[in-house]
Design a protein around this ligand. Sequence first.
Ligand SMILES: *Cc1c(COP(=O)(O)O)cnc(C)c1O
Length: 387
Amino acid sequence: MNDIKSFDSQYIASSYGRFDLQFEKGEGSLLYDENGKKYIDMGSGIAVNTFGLCDEVWQEAVKEQLSKLQHTSNLYYTSPQAKLAKMLCEKSGMKKVFFSNSGAEANECAIKCARKYSFDKYGDGRNVIITLKNSFHGRTVTTLAATGQDVFHTTFGPFTEGFRYAEPNDADSIAGLIDDKVCAIMMELVQGEGGVIALESEYVKKVAEICKKKDILLIIDEVQTGNGRTGQLYCYMNYGIMPDIVSTAKGLAGGLPMGATLMGEKTKDTITPGSHGSTFGGNPVCAAGALSIIERIDDNLCNEVNRKSKYIIDSLTGAKGIKSISGMGLMLGIETEKPAKEVVLGCIEKGVVPLTAKNKVRLLPALNIPDNLLEQAVSIIRQVAGE
Ligand SMILES: *Cc1c(COP(=O)(O)O)cnc(C)c1O
């Protein structure tokens, strides 16, 4: 550990404030550090390891593809990518998919697609995208500009132009920002990094109506909320709306880097040859992993996610030291009396690893976390928050 820490501090760009933990291996919802100490994983690598660590079905799918063909580029057809796109469209109702490697890239494609749709139909100048305050959309220069938090708008300017920021849950705020330059509205339905805050259902429906009426595209950023996390395959299904573009990444390939931008009826033919591309996007190994994840996200699993969500909420609501719980499915934020970081450190001490988001303790366990581990983890969080 000491060697690793010194290599890290000497040779790795210092972008991360790391916990004093080095994990060696994992199995399902259990993590083991380099001394063999066992932890219950309540973060899934930030909503990435959808079915936990080293899930066997996923491993088999990935290993099988790895021994056949790891990469060809998008100059050729590959089977896992085509099958995955078909499955995503059939299960979501979206029409076509562009594959990339991360959430920021999936959003970048969504932004390009929205602007091109408008350019093709209305000509130059209708290119503004409205996003929400307190949102998070990524770390590239353009997705930082899309992110509705001033703290992200320093140091790296000039940023990409063409973003306006509306107050969440305030339809008048959006209406006040719309003019003939606006081509899209982009939002997370549960603001993840912003503190695990779900948007109100009436508000989202109203925004969807405004979009439809004015031919403004509705882009839903499902990088964190997607792939079963919020108790439906995609979170927009919880709201009864149909977006024009959906971006996703994190949990899509169960631990391998993959992003996807799903395009609906209006936008399915917007991306044309040469207008976008990616060397790695839709890589066969990642696509094979994603196929094994997406095919298992069915009604049964979603019911389990919702049952476990209710268990966590019921067990923590009103407990000593806990002020409130927000979020949806297995994407929950707990507001504690003690600072969130302190609660997380206390939990780690006792063998449970949650995350934070703003002032909240954030829980993003594997969707298939066994009941006994979930019960142990919740009991420890309760105990630490109440001490
Ligand atoms: C994590 C996240 C991103 C960025 O994803 P990366 O894979 O880190 O680029 C974008 N949007 C939301 C909502 C996210 O949670």
